[in-house]
Design a protein around this ligand. Structure first.
Ligand code: HEC
Length: 173
C-alpha cells in the first residue's frame, strides 16, 4: 500500500514537472533561441517610439513602446542598446473607421481595431547571447502560448539589421 502511494506521488510530481516545462519554456533546445515567456510588467504605460502599418496579409497597425532604458538610449542615439532595454510592439487589425469617415465625408480613416498580438525584445546580453543579446517574445491576443517553431524566425530576420543592433524601429521625434 505504501509503495503504491509512493508511486502515485512520484507520478504526480513528474506530471507537474512536465507541465511546468510546457511548450514555451525558453529553453535553448531544438536549435532555436531562448525567448521571453512572460509579458514584462507595466509595458502599456511605456513611451511611444514610433508606429508602423503593415499592409498585405498582416493588415496591421502597430505601436512600438520603450521602457525608460530604451527611451534614454533612443534619445542619446546609443547603439548597441544597453542591457535592461525592453521594446514592446503592440499590434492591432488596421481597421477603417466609419465614424471618422462620416465626418471627413469620404473613406480615409484607419484606426487600431482588435488587438492581434504583442511582441517584445528584451536586451540581456548574457541570458540571450545566442540571439544577439535580445530575447524575443510573442503573445497572441487570445493569451495562448506560441511554440519554438513560431519563435525561430524572429532572430534571423532581425539579425539582418546588425547596424542598428537588430532593432528596425527608429525614433519618431
Ligand atoms: C521577416 C522579418 C521579421 C520577422 C520574422 C520578425 N520580425 Fe519583428 N520586425 C521586423 C520589422 C521589419 C520590424 C519593423 C516594422 C514593424 O514594426 O512592422 C519589426 C519590428 C519588431 C519589434 C519592434 C522593435 C524593432 O525591431 O523595430 C519587435 C519587438 C519585434 N519586431 C519582435 C519580433 C518577434 C518577437 C518576432 C518573432 C515572433 C519577430 N519580430 C519576427 C521584421 C521581422
Amino acid at each position: 500500500m505504501k509503495a503504491i502511494a509512493f508511486l502515485l506521488v512520484s507520478v504526480a510530481s513528474m506530471i507537474v514537472v512536465a507541465a511546468s516545462m510546457g511548450p514555451v519554456s525558453g529553453r535553448a533546445d531544438e536549435g532555436g533561441a531562448p525567448w521571453v515567456t512572460e509579458k514584462p510588467a507595466g509595458y502599456r504605460d511605456w513611451q511611444w517610439v514610433s508606429s508602423a502599418h503593415e499592409a498585405g496579409k498582416l493588415n496591421s497597425l502597430g505601436a512600438v513602446l520603450g521602457n525608460d532604458v530604451a527611451m534614454k538610449a533612443y534619445r542619446a542615439g546609443t547603439i548597441p542598446f544597453p542591457d535592461g532595454t525592453i521594446l514592446a510592439a503592440l499590434h492591432y487589425v488596421n481597421s477603417p473607421s466609419a465614424e471618422n469617415d462620416k465626418i471627413f465625408g469620404q473613406p480615409q480613416s484607419f484606426v487600431p481595431g482588435a488587438p492581434t498580438n504583442v511582441q517584445f525584445m528584451v536586451k540581456d546580453s548574457k541570458k540571450y547571447a545566442a540571439t544577439g543579446g535580445w530575447g524575443f517574445g510573442h503573445f497572441n491576443a487570445d493569451g495562448k502560448p506560441v511554440d519554438a517553431a513560431f519563435m525561430k524566425p524572429c532572430f534571423p530576420c532581425h539579425a539582418q539589421n546588425k547596424a542598428h543592433d537588430l532593432v528596425f524601429t527608429t525614433y519618431a521625434p
